[in-house]
Design a binder for this molecule. Structure first.
Ligand SMILES: Nc1nc2c(ncn2[C@@H]2O[C@H](COP(=O)(O)OP(=O)(O)OP(=O)(O)O)[C@@H](O)[C@H]2O)c(=O)[nH]1
Ligand SMILES: [Mg+2]
Length: 224
């Protein structure tokens, strides 16, 4: 994989987002995490409100029709927006199968892909990732210790054939196909920190404790 530092500037005109929601929420006791509510709003509503500031359509990547039914009522809050569902083809294969379904459903060459348990995704960071991805294969946030945020990144449809190859080899890790692409742009966390100093954009809710901490910090912010 070649690392590019100077991205070719090509503007992406139509932008899509794929929100992954097909997980089982095992660490939280099998709850529908995206539909968890705090301060009168669900995580998914917060996420969609932010995303629609910078994308033209959102695809909700769910397991199956049964799960779709649970999310349908929420769509009424976004009557003027283009929101569609896509469905997994494998059972419990994890986010990579949801990403494949989302990219295939997407009308755009480029999609921002994120987890549905991220209530504070920052639209300015999403905008930055789209700008970096234009003309390349992906824009992926990279931490100082070289860890990545593959579930908060922009990908082109070129990822789909790489996902197919990964599955053929029995690999389900999201990063496996990403690193097979040629032109992946890395966006250093320091650049994202300039937009979102506390990096709340990456916060995701995996446990009851995460949820309690998030509510606690929201209450503190209100008081302070
Ligand atoms: N479409 C789809 N999305 C998935 C699948 N597995 C996980 N995801 C989503 O990928 C994101 C990151 O996964 P996790 O944070 O581990 O969520 P989870 O799988 O529900 O939680 P745990 O069961 O506790 O690991 C979440 O938004 C999940 O909904 C899957 O098989 N299909
Ligand atoms: Mg998570």
């Amino acid at each position: 994989m070649a690392e590019k530092t100077e991205p070719e500037k090509r503007q992406i005109k139509f932008r899509s987002a794929v929100v992954l929601a097909g997980g089982r929420g095992r660490r939280m006791g099998m709850v529908e995490k995206a539909l968890l509510e705090f301060e009168g709003k669900t995580i998914i509503e917060r996420l969609l409100e932010s995303l629609f500031k910078v994308v033209d359509e959102v695809i909700l990547s769910v397991r199956d029709k049964n799960q779709e039914k649970k999310f349908k009522p929420m769509l009424e809050k976004f009557p003027a927006r283009e929101i569609r569902f896509c469905f997994d083809t494998l059972e419990d294969a994890g986010p990579l199968d949801g990403i494949r379904a989302g990219l295939l459903e997407s009308k755009s060459e480029y999609s921002f892909i994120c987890a549905g348990d991220m209530p504070f995704v920052n639209f300015r960071v999403v905008d930055l990732l789209f700008k970096k991805a234009g003309g390349n294969d992906a824009a992926l946030p990279r931490w100082e210790d070289r860890k990545f945020e593959p579930l908060h990144a922009v990908y082109s449809k070129k990822l789909v054939p790489e996902i197919e190859k990964a599955f053929e080899k029995g690999r389900c890790s999201v990063l496996t196909p990403v690193f097979e692409m040629q032109d992946v742009i890395f966006v250093d966390i320091s650049e994202i920190r300039e937009i979102d100093p506390e990096l709340r954009t990456f916060a995701n809710i995996n446990t009851v404790e995460d949820m309690e901490n998030m509510i606690g910090s929201a209450v503190k912010k209100e008081k302070g």
